[in-house]
Design a protein around this ligand. Structure first.
Ligand SMILES: Cc1cc2nc3c(=O)[nH]c(=O)nc-3n(C[C@H](O)[C@H](O)[C@H](O)COP(=O)(O)O)c2cc1C
Length: 171
């Protein structure tokens, strides 16, 4: 798939089947994330946690949804991105955007459904017990996550070619 087609194909999937993604696809998606632009090249300030264990996924879903909804949408894989605070305040959140975007585009290219999940990452961040259970070091904070799997809805959704962000030109 060319880059533009992968960008058009990326969309947030909010309903998943139990079908797990292949290990080699998971590795490609992690690699794509790890090749993102990162401020000051601080790659060692970030850490991925891959969760496919059903009990842990359910626990994160319960904590994040507070029993009211299912913020992981039943996805069988969650990649949590944690980061250390850096000298430039908040730069880790920009880094996370680049890393997760690379992963979403790679997943779209592999025809794997996905969604950027902020809520799930914040739920783990605010729950020290769960953070410890996931072996996230104390000086790393969950800052973003991406859910991956195969949706049973809108599998073939492709973005229309429209600009959603307005542009003002000074030519
Ligand atoms: C930083 C960020 C955080 C997001 N967090 C969530 C989330 O916690 N839950 C959710 O359902 N969608 C989340 N989304 C998905 C957006 O709602 C979605 O990208 C947006 O509505 C555009 O739709 P599209 O992804 O299908 O193009 C997040 C997206 C971004 C970029």
């Amino acid at each position: 798939m060319n880059t533009y087609d992968a960008i058009k194909k990326r969309h947030s999937a909010r309903s998943y089947t139990d079908r797990q993604i292949e290990k080699n696809d998971l590795e490609k998606i992690l690699l794509a994330g790890g090749m993102a632009a990162v401020g000051m090249g601080a790659y060692d300030s970030m850490k991925f946690t891959v969760i496919q264990n059903k009990d842990l996924l359910t626990e994160i879903d319960n904590v994040a949804g507070a029993g009211k909804n299912h913020p992981l949408y039943g996805a069988p894989t969650l990649i949590l991105l944690s980061a250390k605070e850096l000298r430039l305040p908040n730069i880790e959140y920009s880094n996370a955007g680049c890393v997760i975007q690379n992963m979403m585009i790679m997943a779209a290219d592999l025809e794997i459904d996905n969604i950027y999940l902020w809520g799930a990452a914040m739920a783990v961040k605010n729950n020290p017990e769960l953070k410890a259970k996931l072996n996230i070091p104390e000086d790393y904070h969950p800052i973003a996550s991406i859910a991956l799997g195969y949706s049973d809805k809108d599998r073939d959704k492709v973005k229309e070619e429209v600009m959603k962000i307005t542009a003002e030109y000074f030519l």
